[in-house]
Design a protein around this ligand. Structure first.
Ligand code: 5GP
Length: 131
């Protein structure tokens, strides 16, 4: 069963720079930036890559979004930004021949970290349907 909604995850330590991660994108707290805290994202390379490019894009503030299935109307902006940023990073990574976006949810979706994240996979031919 999924852990309680307030249980911290390993991603908190990555966000707080308590454990290292190979960060490829971060919305910083710039003075005069109009981007609200709840819409800031962080992206880093997956520690167990399933493709030549495998990046995780996450909200810097979880705000109850343990998984996509917990989404509420207040999350619409951050959900949009996660996907938009995946596209920005795909270009940054040179994935010009295409890529795969995955969001695993819950036990049947093989979700293992309960802080919503978008997987960006590329650099090889992806298969469909998935296993
Ligand atoms: P999920 O299975 O929940 O969709 O994906 C979680 C992903 O997080 C997995 O692909 C896993 O390899 C990755 N992951 C778990 N712990 C760490 C970590 O400490 N650092 C990094 N960079 N990735 C992690």
């Amino acid at each position: 069963a999924p852990p309680p909604a307030d249980a911290p995850t390993i991603f908190d330590k990555i966000i707080n720079k308590e454990i290292p991660a190979n960060i490829v994108y971060e919305d910083d707290k710039r003075p005069f930036s109009a981007l609200p805290d709840l819409q800031r994202v962080l992206a880093f390379r997956d520690i167990n890559p399933q493709a030549p490019t495998h990046i995780l894009i996450i909200p810097k503030v979880r705000d109850g979004l343990t998984g996509l299935s917990k989404a509420e109307e207040r999350h619409i902006d951050i959900l949009g930004r996660l996907l938009y940023t995946a596209n920005v990073i795909a270009k940054q990574e040179g994935l010009d021949d295409g890529f795969r976006i995955v969001i695993n949810d819950g036990p049947n979706g093989c979700q293992s970290v309960y802080h919503i994240h978008v997987h960006l996979l590329g650099g090889r031919q992806m298969n469909w349907p998935p296993g």
